[in-house]
Design a protein around this ligand. Structure first.
Ligand SMILES: [Zn+2]
Length: 129
């Protein structure tokens, strides 16, 4: 993701803004232009719920490039209260403190530091409630 596209989408991610189909009521994140269920193009912005639970999670012990300071990294599929599933990092917890089924809520956190000028990118993560 380039820096420019990140800044353009920053507000969207901060609010966890997804889509709602005005035909069948399906809700989606990331946002869609066409409803995958009914094919409708009558799509409205819809803010996703901030709370959900961990469906399944994994722990990375080998650093990804740019994330060396965040090992071990806990990654999870979180099912939001409206049934939408998002893939996200779990923050503010040790791996042994996280289990599937835990209640979590969205928080806005530093995601990574870019390059030599140290530009910091922010985005959503989830933490245990
Ligand atoms: Zn639909």
């Amino acid at each position: 993701m380039s820096e420019i596209s990140h800044w353009r989408t920053k507000g969207r991610y901060y609010r966890l803004l997804g889509s709602k189909c005005e035909e069948c009521g399906g809700e989606y994140f990331p946002p869609v232009r066409v409803c995958p269920k009914c094919g409708s193009r009558r799509i409205a912005d819809k803010e996703m719920p901030k709370r959900g639970k961990i469906l399944v999670h994994t722990v990375l012990y080998s650093p990804l490039s740019g994330f060396e300071d965040q090992v071990p990294m806990i990654l999870a599929f979180v099912e939001l209260e409206n049934g939408v599933r998002v893939f996200s990092q779990i923050t503010d917890a040790k791996p042994e403190e996280v289990k599937d089924g835990d209640e979590v809520e969205m928080v806005f956190r530093r995601v990574r530091v870019l390059g030599r000028d140290g530009q910091i990118l922010y985005g959503y993560k989830f933490k245990k409630v």
